[in-house]
Design a protein around this ligand. Structure first.
Ligand code: JCE
Length: 269
């Protein structure tokens, strides 16, 4: 996979050189390049921003440096005749007004040949850049979550890490990805390591029992308990159709009944 990132703060993307993603780069699985938007300006002051039409606070990123950068990076523009059709690169534009990023989207992006991330700053990028870019890219404005960052860089760090670890050969332990892939939209169970007693706190005895059936059931029930407590919204879409009796009972104790294969919160609970 090829990944290009464009930013006026390329040094902000330095962590991509480290750890998991850095390893993938070394191993030739990932061709990742960070570009400075100011290198695509033509004026003496390397200007990337200007005042907003219609007034209002702050500044807006000028369109032409973006067009120059994206053209150079994706080798868009007139192609030699007879060039075979290739998949458009995906242009991901972090924005609080974007589609919400998710693990499902990370899996989609991991299938692509080329991703380009456009990191905005100030009040964002002139909207015409996104319209123009749609001729050459699949454009996806993307939000990391319902909060406002100062720019796209931190969102890109998160998205590149989420996609990068799904690429074949990037994760050290592929078992952890298998477990994740059949994770059923619930929160993870809690994990423990040695010592079994630490500051008067014991690891749950079942985990030391060697009974793998009991351990699997305990972990599942912990997932239910945590999800009900912290992310009850996830239970709205949980498939409770073919749960074992013990699991229905566990949900019962958490205040949920199973109705038509869905969990329903009991009114009094
Ligand atoms: C960004 C800004 C809009 C005022 C470029 C914020 C993504 N999930 C996300 N939260 N915040 C972002 C994000 C991404 C790119 C930019 N800003 C700041 N955005 C209105 C200020 C500028």
């Amino acid at each position: 996979m090829r990944i290009d990132v464009v930013s006026i703060f390329p040094e902000y993307l330095a962590p991509l050189e480290l750890s998991l993603i850095g390893k993938a780069r070394q191993d030739g699985l990932l061709d990742l390049n960070v570009h400075d938007l100011r290198d695509f300006t033509t004026d003496r002051h390397r200007t990337v921003d200007d005042t907003p039409y219609g007034g209002g606070a702050g500044m807006v990123m000028k369109p032409e440096p973006w067009a120059q950068a994206l053209t150079a990076i994706a080798e868009v523009g007139p192609k030699a005749p007879g060039t075979e059709a290739v998949r458009k690169p995906v242009l991901i534009v972090p924005s609080p007004a974007g589609e919400r990023f998710s693990q499902a989207i990370a899996h989609e992006l991991a299938e692509e040949e080329q991703l380009v991330f456009a990191c905005g700053r100030y009040e964002g990028i002139d909207e015409r850049v996104l319209e123009w870019a749609a001729e050459h890219f699949t454009v996806r404005p993307m939000s990391l979550g319902d909060y406002v960052l100062n720019g796209g860089e931190v969102a890109v760090l998160a998205m590149v890490e989420a996609v990068g670890r799904l690429l074949p050969g990037v994760v050290g332990n592929p078992e952890s990805l298998v477990e994740e892939s059949h994770s059923d939209g619930l929160l993870e169970y809690p994990v423990y390591t040695k010592p079994s007693s630490w500051r008067d706190r014991e690891v749950p005895a079942v985990l030391l029992s060697g009974n793998h059936g009991k351990i699997a059931q305990w972990r599942r029930h912990e997932q239910y308990r945590r999800t009900a407590e912290r992310r009850p919204d996830l239970l709205d879409v949980f498939d409770a159709g073919k749960l074992p009796r013990a699991d229905r009972t566990a949900f019962g104790e958490l205040g949920y009944d199973v109705v038509d294969g869905r969990l329903r919160r009991r009114p009094d609970a």
